[in-house]
Design a protein around this ligand. Structure first.
Ligand code: COA
Length: 253
């Protein structure tokens, strides 16, 4: 820990902890390094833990997704949560034989009712019928060649993406860091970083910030920093004075 971290710690963030630091007793969040052992005291005396399933005590309708994943083709980063008690039921048409992956970054916020539709949802479209005879008992049809099936690749969601209620993400879509997906949107095309999209089909409502600030954020990658560092960055990450944020990021890059 350095004195900068102490100065920038959010006063609203922690339980009441006191420590001796350079010029006297201070209160706030405290990280103590003892040899190679690092002990962090944060909100309510707890350290954010990406491996717990229920990050809100006494409430099971919001979960950190990563520790719940069973399917090896779903990869989710630390602290991404969904407003539900289960995640994999939101990923549809995803079978053991599926060829695609669902990759989601860190710190994403996924609302209730969101659905990730995977490639095996798509029927053959280059023949006169789309009926999937080969999947159903009794019909004389072999599985079509994979080249005859629509395949749009992996679905990739960046970091710190907020996906609004009941949004549907279609196969192979890539959503950039910091994007926002409006409620009930149907996302069929890629979404650039720090861009808000809405509607069906989802179209750009606006970019969240100017190009310079977006570039700074994409280079800074706050989500890749340590838990203690992210904790100390909260006053910057949640500051609505974007000019100050711009200067803070420039100073740190
Ligand atoms: C996308 C969103 C963040 C935009 O918020 P905003 O920037 O404040 O947007 P505004 O309310 O100013 O709306 C701007 C325009 O987009 C339209 N719009 C906003 N959200 C929309 C949506 N989800 N679908 C369709 N149109 C939408 C508005 O009607 C408005 O249209 P107009 O300019 O023709 O009047 C917000 O509307 C949203 O969908 N939030 C998701 C909430 C949610 O699902 N939370 C889940 C719990 S975490």
């Amino acid at each position: 820990m350095n004195s900068k971290m102490l100065r920038s710690a959010s006063p609203a963030g922690g339980g009441l902890f006191f420590c001796w630091w350079k010029r006297g007793w201070k209160c706030g969040r405290v990280e103590v390094r003892i040899g190679i052992v690092e002990v962090n005291f944060m909100k309510s005396g707890k350290r954010p833990d990406p491996n717990v399933i229920h990050p809100i005590e006494g409430y099971d309708k919001e979960i950190y997704v990563k520790p719940t994943i069973q399917n090896p083709n779903i990869l989710v980063g630390d602290f991404t949560y969904i407003a539900d008690s289960d995640f994999e039921s939101h990923v549809t048409h995803f079978y053991p034989w599926s060829r695609d992956k669902l990759i989601i970054g860190k710190f994403c916020q996924i609302a209730a009712g969101v659905e990730f539709v995977m490639n095996d949802a798509n029927h053959q479209m280059n023949a006169v019928s789309t009926f999937p005879f080969y999947t159903l008992e009794g019909w004389e049809m072999e599985q079509p060649a994979s080249s005859d099936m629509p395949f749009k690749g992996d679905t990739v969601i960046g970091n710190d993406v907020w996906i609004g209620q009941n949004a549907v993400v279609l196969p192979g879509v890539q959503i950039g860091d910091g994007a926002i997906i409006g409620a009930n949107s149907v996302v069929g095309c890629d979404v650039a970083p720090y861009t808000i999209v809405i509607g069906n089909p989802a179209n750009v409502l606006r970019k969240r910030f100017d190009d310079e600030l977006i570039d700074l954020l994409l280079r800074f990658r706050w989500w890749d920093k340590s838990v203690a560092e992210i904790d100390s960055l909260i006053p910057i990450l949640t500051c609505s004075d974007l000019e100050r944020v711009r200067e803070e990021l420039k100073a740190r890059l």
